[in-house]
Write a protein that binds this ligand. Sequence first.
Ligand SMILES: *Cc1c(COP(=O)(O)O)cnc(C)c1O
Length: 342
Amino acid sequence: MIKANAYGHGAVPVARVLEDKGSDGFGVATLEEGIELRRGKIRSAILVLAGIYPEQLDELLEHHLTPVTGELEVMRKLESLAQRRRANLEFHLKVDTGMGRIGFLPGEIDSWLPEIARLKSLKLKGLLSIFSHADSPEESYTQKQLEIFKRVIEKLRKAGCRLPLVHLANSAAVITLPSSYFTMVRPGLMLYGSYPAPEMASRVSLKPVLSWKTQVLQVKRLPKGSSISYGRSFVTQRESLIATLPLGYADGYHRLLSNRGVVLVRGKRAPIVGRICMDLTMIDVTDIARVEQGDEVVLLGRQGTETISAEEMGRWAETISYEIFTSISSRVSRVYYNSQEE
Ligand SMILES: *Cc1c(COP(=O)(O)O)cnc(C)c1O
């Protein structure tokens, strides 16, 4: 799964590496994400998972993208448009086994299955669903979804549908539930070295792919009683050394980290003080010796013996590592290293 710019890591470079390592195909959310991969010369199968509109048929065909659909009206329109163009379009069928989002309802299978069995220009290539709670140790709901999914597979097969690909598992299920693997799995978060839930660290060992770094822009000494940043939410309680960093919420550095988050500088944790601005962030380096302009600052990743994980940053910002990664904006330049390099 390399949707959302490969969870912020850069879709085309990530796809190239994964393709090179033998990945069979890729999952993106939107048609536009699929086209971006094709423009980046990615040749593997690309599944467009977060829905499509019938008007997007021509672009799907032109770029050899495989849509996922779970709605009769869209399927009918795609079928008739494809017939008019004398084109074939492979698609995967989505069933909603308990997410309440997109996909056919298994309970209504008698209304949609006959239509699927009759399709001509649309070629059923796969079946999928998604777990809503596989990251929880409480697994009965997950088991229920799995059972519903298996019943759908059986009914489709009985109706004569071939299903070359059957897939259900996200990262959490890849880690905890081998019985949900079927013919393909769809790991996302774990590819980037982050755990869907803390308990999973005992089951697999993952290494974060990404570090997020900046440099100290300016250091200055401020007297006791100085207020920092907009809204004056932080006032120095002593004479303080305050360093300014050249990034802010426009870079995807969540404003909720204001007066909560920390960064690493000179191997130590330095607290963020005052509100994070659009382009600048202040940290208190009073207790860290000799901080100066140009010093490396680690926002995510390791420095010396200290580490800040996306999970930890997520807790400070009241969110999950997924959102931390996908928020890193296009203003932040991505630099890629071979594993041999430092
Ligand atoms: C994003 C996504 C995944 C991957 O989920 P992770 O929790 O990141 O592994 C799998 N399937 C679908 C349909 C998705 O949208």
